[in-house]
Design a protein around this ligand. Sequence first.
Ligand SMILES: Nc1ncnc2c1ncn2[C@@H]1O[C@H](COP(=O)(O)OP(=O)(O)OP(=O)(O)O)[C@@H](O)[C@H]1O
Length: 227
Amino acid sequence: MSEPVLRLENVARRYGDLVVVEEINFSLRPGETAALLGPSGSGKSSLLHIAGLLEAASAGEVHIMGRATSPLNDAERTRIRRATLGFVYQFHHLLPEFSALGNVALPQLIAGVKKKEAEAEAVRLLKLMGLGERVHHQPGQLSGGEQQRTAIARALANKPKIMLADEPTGNLDPKTSDVVFDALLNLVRGEGLAALTATHDQRLANRMDRVYVIRDQRLVELKKEPA
Ligand SMILES: Nc1ncnc2c1ncn2[C@@H]1O[C@H](COP(=O)(O)OP(=O)(O)OP(=O)(O)O)[C@@H](O)[C@H]1O
C-alpha cells in the first residue's frame, strides 16, 4: 500500500485549560477522501488548520508526504504548504476585480508559472468545474455556487496532493451544496488528490470514502450508511 500523504500522530490542540482535541491519529493515502463531522466548536477547523500547517499542534506530529513537520522552520513549512496543500473555505475569498480565470491563474503566477500556461491550466480546471462559459466573469457576476466552484478550481491550481476544505458548502442552499460538493469530489477524484473536508452535512459526508466525527475531543470513524 502507498505511504500516507497526510498523517496526524497523537495530535492534541489545547487553549490553556481547554482541550479541543486529543489523541488524534489519522492518515490519508493518495487519492483517499475523508469527511470530518462534528458539532460547531468541536474542533473541525482546528484540526484542518493543524493538518494544513497553518496552526501548530499542542502535542503530536503532522507528517506531510512522509515528512515530520514540527522540526521545520516557518519558511520550510510554507514551502510544503504551497507545494502540497490546496485550501477551500466556507467563504470563497475570490478577488473581486479579477475574472474567474484571473483568480485561478493568480496562485500559479505567484509560484512562477508562465502566464500562458497558468491561464491554460485555469481554463482546464474551470471547465472541469462546469464553468467553461464563465471564465471571464468576475465573482460579482457569478452565483454563490459558481463562486465556490471557482474557489475549488483555484485550490487545485498549483497541483497540490491534498485538498483541505472547511465547510466548502456551508454557505450554500441544499440544492447548490449538492452540485458544488459533487463537482469538488469529481475534481478531487479525477485529479487523484487526497481530500479532508469538514462539513455539517452527514448526507454529503457519506459520499466520501471515510467518515469521521469528533466526539468527546477524539476522532471516531463512523460506519458509512449505504447510499
Ligand atoms: N484562539 C483561540 N483561543 C481560545 N479558544 C479557541 C481559539 N480558537 C478556537 N478556540 C476554541 O476551540 C474550539 C474548537 O473550535 P473550532 O473552530 O476548531 O471548531 P469547529 O468544529 O470548526 O466549529 P465550527 O463548525 O463552528 O466552525 C472552540 O471551543 C473554540 O471556542
